[in-house]
Design a protein. Structure first.
Length: 255
């Protein structure tokens, strides 16, 4: 119950940018002492700070349009997707996350491959439907046009019945301190549950995503097993990956 309130509390603050303690107490129907304890936990994630009489957001929760993100760093994303596709084998049961990096992954698969794909991405569904031997499963019950994805709350029970061998995840931003972050509460629920269920979790992230944070942390950095990126990591990241047995694969752009 408290974990869900913390997520909802963080989301509420980020949406309003700045909010008083009295408003938070009224909205969540809890005491001021409870709100203060919750705020202290959220502050540790670096997404909010205290101000006189309340709190304010420290992150930019605005989503760039999917079309613009698809153009940004296109070559880097294509290189990462090509490498990720090479790690998929016949018989795998994989999850492919929504996002402009992961969407290119399915386009790199051989046409005869046989596997099952669980996804919440409209683009993955559309491309996957052209493969004769790919079985498609959809997660999410509400379509979100801005990200071309299906989202939903309380997806844990539905996702938990699947034994996912490989999960290919995207993130709006990545940092050692705040982990893998995104900006949507309903996507957060799906991403968090997928990471907890997958045998191997792959993060697909180009250089522009590092040392940043957005609204919600859906996984700690050390929860991933393989990081696929396009350039040498920022200072400290390689040491962190080595210490936590995270395999780093660099996929440079080829012309």
């Amino acid at each position: 119950m408290r974990a869900k309130r913390l997520v909802a509390l963080n989301y509420y603050i980020q949406q309003r940018k700045s909010v008083s303690l009295d408003e938070l107490c009224s909205h969540f129907k809890v005491s001021k002492n409870t709100i203060r304890r919750d705020i202290n936990l959220i502050i540790a994630n670096g997404t909010i700070e205290k101000v006189y009489g309340g709190v304010k957001s420290l992150v930019n929760s605005e989503l760039v349009t999917f079309e613009h993100r698809h153009i940004t760093n296109h070559d880097s994303k294509e290189a990462i997707a090509t490498t990720a596709a090479s790690l998929i084998e016949d018989g795998d049961f994989i999850f492919i996350d929504s996002g402009t990096t992961t969407v290119g992954l399915i386009e790199q698969l051989p046409p005869t491959i046989q596997l099952t794909i669980l996804t919440n991405s409209l683009d993955i569904i559309n491309v996957g439907a052209t493969f004769q031997n790919i079985r498609l499963l959809l997660v999410g019950n509400t379509y979100k046009a801005e990200t071309r994805s299906f989202v939903g709350l309380n997806m844990t029970r539905m996702i938990s019945k699947y034994n996912i061998t490989k999960a290919f995840m995207a993130a709006s931003a990545v940092s050692i301190e705040n982990g893998l972050t995104n900006s949507d509460l309903m996507e957060y629920d799906i991403k968090r549950t997928i990471v907890s269920r997958a045998t191997t979790t792959y993060l697909l992230a180009d250089y522009s995503k590092f040392n940043k944070a957005t609204l919600l942390t859906y996984a700690d950095f050390e929860e991933i097993n393989v990081l696929i990126t396009d350039k040498p990591l920022p200072p400290g990241y390689q040491h962190f990956c080595d210490a936590h047995q995270i395999t780093v694969i660099t996929s440079p752009i080829t012309y």
